[in-house]
Design a protein. Sequence first.
Lengths: 336, 267, 255
Amino acid sequence: MTITTKSVFKLVAIPAMFAVVIYATAARADDDVKLSLEWLISGRHVGFYVAKDKGFYKEEGLNVSIERGYGTADSIKRISTGSADFAILSVASLMAARAESNPPVTLVASFFNKGPEAILVLKSSKITSPKQLEGKRIGSAGAGSSLDLLKAFVKTTGLENYQSVIMASDQTYPALLTKQVDAITGFTDNAAVMRPIANRQGDDIEIMPYSDYGIDNYGTGIVVNAKLAESKSPKIRGFLKATMRGVAWSIAHPEEAVAILKKQVPTISPETALATWKIDEKLIVTDETRKHGLGYLSKERMQVTYEMAQKYMGLTKSLALETVYTAEFLPKIDIP
Amino acid sequence: MALRLVSSSFMRSLGYGTLGLSIVLVLWELVVRVFNISDFLLPLPTNIAERAFIDRSLLLHHLSITMIETVLGFAAAVLIGIVVAIVITTSERSKNLVMPIVIATQLVPKVAIAPLVLLWFGYGITSKVVIAFLIAFFPIVIDMATGLTMVEKELVDLLRSLGAKRWKIFVKAQIPHSLPFLFSGMRIAITLAIIGAIVGEFIGGSQGVGYLIVTSTSELKTELVFACLLVLTAAGFLLFALIGLLERIIVPWSAAEREELMLVTGA
Amino acid sequence: MPGDVIALQGVSMRYQARGGSTLALSEVDLQVREGEFIAVVGPSGCGKSTLLKLISGLLPATMGNVMVGGQLVSGPLRNVGIVFQSPVLMKWRTVYENVALPLEVLGIDVKSRHEHILGLLKLAGIQDFANSYPKELSGGMQQRVSICRALVHDPGLLLLDEPFGALDAMTRNRMNIDLADIWARSRKTTILITHSVSEAVFLADRVVVMSARPGRVQAVVDVPIPRPRTVQTRASDDFAHLIQQVGAHIGFEYL
């Protein structure tokens, strides 16, 4: 090849153009973001998987990977160490942790706007009101907000005598279904798992949500590392916007949402997931979110949640609430 | 010596085993139907089989993960176990140095330290391999060490009288002598390695049969739990048989001897 | 004495144990000529096995001199063949491979001795089992393999420590005859340790009688019976007479 001006130009310009293109696309590449759920993947989480599948996250320049979680303590650790960027956890438990050891975790949106804690009974037990739990056996997993807030439930409903039976967390369903206990504490969407079996026994599951009895705490919420919140990173707003769009879409198209979940998570059983989501919708669509948009956080209800954590979760130190959460990143996504 | 991969006694025990298993399954099916046992407590064998078939690709996928963890942990246990066994049989001093550590790995309940292992090695495959290794390691060391040291004294004297030094005695007598013992340990170790992998998956992670059992239990999908157990048992049998096959190839004189012994004692 | 291939001079052996020490041998003097077949008899605890260990160089004497081939024994001789009471064959090797073992250890090319090995097997009557594994053979046949193994490297010394002690009486008598035959071919200097006086007299040129606690040479009885020794030898008067002679030293209750 002879050396001419043209050949030199080609030799230099073409690689240079490649470099520019590569740099440009790299600069516009998506941010890798890790979401850690609160526990195992279930129908609760359709919104996130829809946001992923439909490209809502991508529109915000985010490449989201979703992982199962191992409880609030673990989620707090992951956010603190940066091994997860976003996580879901119980708001009251977050407050307890912040008061105790002040991990750098900030609440940026509500997920279960209403508390999911509830009493669950078999229909055949004929227990339809809290008073009828008088003298009965109530089974609970040893740790968890539904056991902690049972004390609040007892207070507001005037229930005086009941037998508390503590068991391992995977024992509560069988205990209720085999009538070893008369009721269990848990989450409202637990009914979705137990209902098919109860039905096969000619029975059904009845739910008594604590929130029906004046217990107005926030359930779960989405958190980020405090530093990230302080830096006002646009990732947070983008993530919340895409997530709430996914949630909204799932409210409007529940069956398709479950199908999308199943596609990405083969271990999901669609019937259970759909039943779970239908129950969880009631926790996400509340007066507050209907008015202010999905994921809303209000000062008043944060205060209520705080007082409950203080009274019933053994908070010893006080907490400056404003440091625990911020509503500045909330998108205004309406309920469809 | 002819290499019989599948002996007549093996076929015989396979036949009886299948018969025994069939009787158990029929009884199981009858008991559930007659006593109307709820399916989330004890599913029918036929339903379990159906579920296993329907979810076969799911089961296979997660089983492959568990098997990778098991085999890697087992391989590490065998390799490191052999090395440690050789070290502790070399001298009294090295035995006193190393044995306490080995025994410590055995005494600490793996279920108790598993959460720590996951903390250190993460929630992926590595931590499960480590747990599988920790459980499977001990029998390999003990059995291999026994095999290395239990060479007949007269044979060693014979070799010494011919001027053989420690290395020659090690290579010509101790190593071949220890192989049947090693395989004995390997048979135990492989089943322990599976348990180790599953224990790790119970504690944390998003893959493997143990994880599948966790998610199935949380949603009362007892049929799938049993299908998982079925698949694990089958895999366990297969691995066990593979070790036996390996033994027939590498130490044919021992495998045959063991079989005869079992026939004689009726075991 | 010149011509002595083995000479023990004032040899004592003291074993140290946790509780104290045992004197296994006390001032043993023994001479063995080239090509001689010596049998050592005595009750348990007379140090017979210790004698073999000293001669083969596996153990050092605590006192006295052990000389083989005019040299002081200071370590394993390498030029010995040993047969123990238990055949101790390598289970993982065939009969042929077991016999070849000493050649391997001494660095001699086994292939070059192929015919020699086959010849030994034939001599011992086990040539049909060359490719069998030890577990396929009876006790007596395993001992034959052990004997072949002890001879394969053409050692200067053959040491046998109660080689037939684990066999039944009939097989034992048979093996005595076969050993006499095999020995006759090579006439190696041989020391046989045995409990059986009749075995000792049948096979040996001289019988060394030892007493126990501590081990001492009590008497040496010559066996002038001509060779080859056969089944008829056992029936002869001379044979019976010599047995009584040994019995006089050892105690007639042991015959």
